[in-house]
Write a protein that binds this ligand. Structure first.
Ligand code: F6P
Length: 325
């Protein structure tokens, strides 16, 4: 029977992680299980950074962005000989269940721990990138989208006043989920993401901008994922090719901060609650993940999701092209 669990946040922070921590801690305590927090995720695990958590330790955090447990990206954890140290700490602390809240890399880390120690685990997806296979939404995505929208709405005012093209660069090194959602719901004329390489050519970009101008538009917004290149260089190219005055704004880490939206909070609460319920029933060597599919919270076997890549919503991408023909 599981008596003591540990919870950590790993990878990039995402708004709503605190809601998940709150739910994990309070659900575990209500089920008669002790909870330890691991400070700084996998890095903290390698350095024995555990703290006991009680009901009060997660009070007043539901509205706060970031993560009270903090997070450090750890390269060392991926060295087998170093990981053994972490496993001794888990044994010393009598941890018999683990919950990790983070992105795709964090999921891999958790899976390795269960495989090598037998400690059962449950993974909670949280990332502004929304790039975790097995769930339609990750904690923090909706909050980051809304930060992006707020920025686009403001930029549109100045773009229209000055008759300018504006590039808004959003986060997402490897995937364009965030850029697609921000671009579509922000009414961008162009969305540039790594999944659709053909459309990144300057000739294609210029064609869309020129056709808009011919229809009488005096400004255009381009939303671009950071993974497709540098917005400064692209702005220069656009200006040279089309003759339209072009500016750019890099939203950067602003998107990771701020109060979580109600959707990110609710995902955090329900994922945290379900993860504990699921973990407490698990036998050794089992690892699961919670997620949301078609508006329902679901629990799945880690082995059914690990190593798989989430596909981009091509229909949404093509729909946006229709709107800016
Ligand atoms: O957490 C996801 C993310 O914000 C990506 O969108 C971005 O590419 C990356 O993390 C930045 O990583 P770091 O925090 O290590 O600079």
């Amino acid at each position: 029977m599981i008596k003591r669990i540990a919870v950590m946040t790993t990878g990039g922070d995402a708004s709503g992680m605190n809601s998940a921590i709150r739910a994990v801690v309070r659900t575990a305590i209500a089920s008669g299980v002790e909870v330890m927090g691991i400070i700084e995720g996998l890095h903290g695990l390698l350095h024995n950074q555990f703290i006991p958590m009680d009901m009060a330790s997660v009070g007043g955090i539901i509205n706060r962005g970031g993560t009270i447990l903090q997070t450090v990206r750890s390269k060392d954890f991926y060295k087998k000989e170093v990981r053994k140290i972490a496993y001794d700490y888990l044994l010393d602390r009598k941890i018999d269940g683990l919950i990790s809240i983070g992105g795709d890399g964090s999921r891999r880390g958790l899976n390795v721990i269960t495989r090598e120690t037998g400690i059962p685990s449950c993974f909670i997806p949280a990332s502004i990138d929304n790039d975790v296979y097995g769930t339609d939404y990750t904690i923090g995505f909706d909050s980051a989208v809304n930060v992006g929208l707020d920025a686009i709405d403001k930029i549109r005012d100045t773009a229209a006043s000055h008759h300018r093209i504006f590039i808004v660069e959003v986060m997402g090194r490897e995937h364009g989920f965030l850029a697609l959602e921000v671009g579509l719901t922000g009414g961008a004329e162009l969305i540039l993401i790594p999944e659709f390489k053909k459309d990144l050519k300057i000739s294609s970009i210029a064609a869309v901008l020129n056709s808009g101008m011919r229809r009488g538009k005096n400004s255009s917004i381009i939303v671009m994922a950071e993974g497709v290149g540098h917005s400064a260089a692209l702005a220069e190219k656009i200006e040279k090719t089309t003759g339209f005055e072009t500016r750019y704004t890099v939203l950067g880490y602003i998107q990771r901060g701020g109060a979580p939206t109600s959707f990110s909070r609710k995902l955090g609460l329900t994922f945290g609650y379900e993860a504990v319920k699921c973990l407490l029933k698990l036998k050794r060597k089992r690892s699961m993940m919670v997620g949301m599919r078609c508006n329902e919270v679901v629990v799945m076997e880690m082995k059914s999701v690990i190593g798989k890549e989430r596909g981009i919503d091509a229909a949404a991408y093509n729909m946006n092209k229709v709107f800016s023909l």
